[in-house]
Design a protein around this ligand. Structure first.
Ligand SMILES: Cc1cc2nc3c(=O)[nH]c(=O)nc-3n(C[C@H](O)[C@H](O)[C@H](O)COP(=O)(O)OP(=O)(O)OC[C@H]3O[C@@H](n4cnc5c(N)ncnc54)[C@H](O)[C@@H]3O)c2cc1C
Length: 390
């Protein structure tokens, strides 16, 4: 039975995420911006997240995970992002990299890849390598049929050899498993597409500098270089030609994660700004008693709830394999990320210069919200796809 109601099990996961975010992450907020190129703080946070079982949350208990369903995962992401969007992104990106394995791996591969990715002893992160220097949105655009992918795979004996460069992947350089979207020949379009898993330490795998970004300093983004990287044939997920199908299913699931990070970001900023406006006196009365400000909060509350419901609807549609599930997922991603950008910007606005100050937490929610409109399918691409599907 799949319902909007959180079962006792789901509530327990949600509470564990809230406690972790409040106790282990919130006290460090404000320090992550200076940690962007060392990730020393983040590695401590991730060790604790792994010990609590968050890394393997979506993975079947048969391989050491918790087997949480989509609604539970969404509830957990919201709690993490309400405190820190970057931490939610790093953990969510590990689940993103696990998705193609969950969808397409055979039994031997599941045992080999999913078990370490569920580890509680060590924070084994996943990294999905999709974007390239010359092609981002086009790789996610099913109409482009992966023609723009330049990361090449060739067969040599019982191995595949990978050559190419990926740009921006989350957890690059610190992940244990790299899930790579590649092609045997871009002229073959989808028929040449493939997804392979490369384990950390494989010769020929290297990384560029850590990118410095507007927000999400908790997330480590680097160029990933594959220079004659050799993997056994058993590291291919599915078969050559399955890459596009696996990728499209993977992004449909993970756009919900982006949507829910957005709901969490909006809620975190909203809660702080609302509290602030109850005590800040302007024009002789608390800000919240000014009808214009109160109406802004009413609009924000509606946007957040509407975004959350769209994500839940899309999660339910994916679960029951509704024929419109890809559209619902795109709709949830676009709506929720736009809502987060609007809500976090309005929260800065109602707090005046204090909202704009790094001494207060609200501006970071706004900086984090911006990228979610861009990654996992820029909203312009997704609106185009939604329009065409109508
Ligand atoms: C914090 C962060 C985390 C990331 N994590 C990952 C990751 O884990 N793995 C990974 O592979 N990549 C990751 N990325 C990369 C991200 O997914 C891409 O940057 C994104 O897909 C956009 O690609 P691009 O930057 O090349 O922009 P482009 O593809 O050049 O697009 C630029 C802009 O053009 C517009 N546009 C694009 N397509 C269309 C269209 N069809 N119609 C109309 N307008 C359009 C949009 O406004 C878009 O923002 C991450 C990036 C960041 C910053």
């Amino acid at each position: 039975m799949y319902s909007f109601e959180l079962s006792e099990d789901r509530k327990a996961f949600q509470k564990a995420a809230r406690d972790f975010a409040e106790n282990e992450v919130r006290p460090l907020n404000g320090k992550f911006d200076d940690d962007w190129n060392t990730h020393a703080l983040m590695s401590e946070v991730l060790k604790k997240a792994a010990a609590l079982g968050f890394m393997g949350l979506p993975i079947d208990p048969k391989y050491g995970g918790s087997g949480a369903d989509g609604m539970t995962i969404m509830a957990v992401i919201e709690e993490l992002a309400a405190v820190n969007g970057g931490v939610a992104c790093v953990i969510g990106d590990t689940w993103f990299a696990q998705t193609p394995i969950v969808i397409a791996a055979n039994e031997e591969q599941r045992e080999r890849f999913l078990r370490p990715l569920s580890s509680r002893e060590k924070a084994n992160l996943g990294c999905i390598c999709m974007t390239e220097p010359a092609s981002g949105a086009d790789i996610e655009d099913p109409r482009m049929k992966l023609r723009t992918v330049k990361t090449m795979v060739r067969e040599e004996g019982n191995q595949y050899v990978i050559n190419g460069v990926k740009m921006w992947p989350s957890n690059a350089g610190i992940a244990s498993h790299y899930v790579v979207i590649a092609t045997t020949d871009p002229r073959k379009e989808d028929a040449g597409s493939c997804i392979l898993v490369v384990e950390e330490g494989t010769p020929g795998l290297s990384f560029g500098k850590i990118e410095r970004k507007m927000g999400m300093p908790e997330d480590q983004n680097r160029e990933v270089v594959f220079d004659d990287v050799r993997v056994p044939k058993t590291n291919l997920l599915g078969k050559i030609g399955d890459g596009q199908r696996i990728l499209q299913t993977t992004v449909a699931y993970n756009r919900l994660g982006a949507g829910m990070i957005s709901v969490g970001l909006a809620r975190g900023a909203f809660d702080y700004a609302l509290n602030y406006c109850k005590s800040r006196v302007v024009g002789g009365k608390p800000l919240i008693e000014h009808s214009l400000i109160s109406a802004m909060f009413a609009d924000m509350a509606m946007e957040i709830d509407a975004a959350r419901l769209l994500v839940y609807r899309a999660s339910w549609a994916l679960r029951k394999r509704d024929p419109h599930r890809a559209r619902y997922s795109d709709m949830a991603k676009v709506y929720a990320t736009n809502a987060a950008m609007k809500v976090t910007t309005d929260c800065v606005q109602v707090m005046g210069s204090y909202g704009y100050s790094r001494e207060y937490p609200v501006e970071k929610y706004m900086r984090d919200a911006k990228i979610v409109q861009i990654y996992l399918g820029p909203n312009e691409l997704l609106r185009q796809l939604i329009g065409e599907s109508l």
